[in-house]
Design a protein around this ligand. Structure first.
Ligand code: AMP
Ligand code: ZN
Length: 471
């Protein structure tokens, strides 16, 4: 059973071959814990979770490591601007460590709601300052780094091929928005990046450490190189992150890691494309941003959001709207209801289970094609197999999909009775109101709103579309 992964490094879908047979070393860029994760960030973690689980499902022994960025990530990925953690601490009148603890816990609470497995190793950057200093010392000794204006920089002119992810121009690579961009005059080359700061033109970090170059703090990129090597060694199979991480973060990680090691570091680069809202980029700086808690407040099941993500391919941008989530929720509930109606009694046909497991690896293992996995699930429901066998197959698929497909059988049955009916009614009314507004029949639109309110349903017009909740 082979797994295929689109490798951003070669820009091709490749058969996955690990460095050591049967084992996978996998690293994921973790969150910057200065605020809640938005559901865009979580799209990346959901899809990376599926990648990890399909590898395990296919029989690989996976070790996955994730860092927690609690120092060094500035408000621009390009090394300029204020420190994000410091900004967060100021905003909430707390210490940087309090902010880091609070938002790390919040991140894992969100992940749990979305059935995202916690990686085998989770390491905050502030745990590894000694390792960062050691790596920087070696880079200086090998001539890949220099000291200027009291900071240590990586010298990108020492590399033959800095743009490892292709020949695109920087604007194309720079998917993330650049905020606060100012040129740093200490840099010898435009793309040089800071390994160690002792002086920033912004207010200084609250957390600082001794180093051979003075009291200071690390740059952002160094942490992922060090933390991954600390736990996974010098050879890595898969490195994951959102597409905005490709440049400059991952480009810089590769530059410093391979200069330090003197050999190729990571074979496969897995990048998840962005979730956007209807206005474009999803951002944490806008007032009310989209979090898992917000979805819950509006009555959505976080797992329905996971289902929404799994319906699309990770290498395509995905646009979020409440209407789209509403639709996904409806489909998800109906699917759960069909599964809940399966009779658990009966003899499981184990050879059929094995046959479908192999088909599932072929489907989802083909570059994390989650929608093919869901299609296969519907195919199973349509077969002539007995209900017990169908349940066993679905249970097995759900190890990877993690959609609670067999959970809360009774609850799902109940919900699908009353709620599905109410939901269909509300959605029809929303459509009717939309049509009335289009025809400029605002009186009718208001009437529909009042009609719904009478039934205890409140509707709101938001940028992402119409949302409804119970009053
Ligand atoms: P951060 O907390 O900013 O370090 O980001 C955490 C993860 O979310 C990184 O892997 C980013 O690449 C990813 N990410 C950021 N914005 C989005 C988005 N709109 N959609 C999907 N992933 C994103
Ligand atoms: Zn990283």
């Amino acid at each position: 059973m082979s797994i295929k992964i689109f490798n951003t490094l070669t820009r091709e879908k490749e058969d996955f071959i690990p460095n050591v047979e049967g084992k996978v070393n996998m690293y994921t860029c973790g969150p910057t814990v200065y605020h809640f994760a938005h559901i865009g960030n979580l799209r990346s973690y959901i899809m990376e979770d599926v990648l990890e689980k399909i590898l395990r499902y296919a029989g690989y022994d996976v070790k996955r490591v994730m860092n927690i960025t609690d120092v060094g990530h500035l408000s621009s990925d390009a090394d300029t601007g204020e420190d994000k953690m410091l900004k967060g601490a100021k905003r909430e009148h707390k210490t940087v460590m309090e902010i880091a603890k609070f938002y790390t816990d919040a991140f894992f609470a969100d992940c749990a709601k979305l059935n995202i497995k916690t990686p085998d190793v989770v390491e905050p950057a502030t745990n590894c300052i000694d390792e960062f200093i050691e790596m920087i010392k070696v880079l200086l000794k090998k001539g890949y780094a220099y000291q200027a204006g009291e900071n240590i920089y990586f010298d990108t002119s020492k590399l033959q091929n800095y743009y490892v992810f292709g020949n695109q121009n920087e604007e194309e690579l720079m998917v993330g928005v650049r905020e606060d961009v100012t040129e740093d005059e200490n840099k010898k080359n435009k793309n040089d990046f800071v390994l160690w700061f002792t002086k920033s033109k912004f207010e200084d970090q609250a957390l600082k450490w001794d180093s051979p170059w003075g009291v200071g703090y690390p740059g952002w990129h160094i942490e992922c190189s060090c933390i991954s090597m600390k736990h996974l060694g010098e050879y890595m199979d898969i490195h994951c992150g959102g597409i905005d991480n490709m440049f400059p973060h991952h480009t810089n990680e590769i530059a410093q890691s391979e200069s330090y090691l003197g050999h190729k570091w990571c074979n496969y680069w897995f990048h998840v494309h962005h979730l956007n809202d209807q206005s474009g980029k999803m951002s944490k700086s806008k007032g009310e941003f989209l979090t898992v808690s917000l979805l819950e407040q509006k009555g959505y099941d976080p797992v329905a959001y996971r289902f929404f993500c799994l319906q699309s391919h990770y290498r395509k941008p995905l646009v979020f709207s409440y209407e789209a989530l509403e639709q996904a929720t409806g489909t998800y509930k109906k699917l759960k209801k069909r599964i809940a109606d399966l009779d658990a009694n009966g003899v499981v046909d184990n050879s059929a289970v094995e046959e479908y497991k192999a088909k599932f690896v072929e489907a989802v293992g083909n570059d994390v094609n989650t929608s093919m996995g869901i299609t296969l699930l519907y195919d199973v429901l349509k077969t002539e197999l007995n209900d017990a066998t169908k349940r066993a197959i679905i249970d097995s698929f759900d190890y990877v999909l993690s959609l609670d497909l067999l959970k809360l059988k009774e609850e799902a049955k109940e919900e699908s009775g009353v709620d599905a009916e109410l939901e269909a009614f509300v959605l029809a009314k929303i459509e009717e109101r939309k049509a009335a507004k289009k025809e400029k029949n605002f009186a009718r639109a208001d009437e529909i709103r009042a009609e719904l309110l009478e039934k205890g349903i409140e509707i709101k017009d938001t940028r992402e579309g119409v949302v409804w909740s119970r009053v």
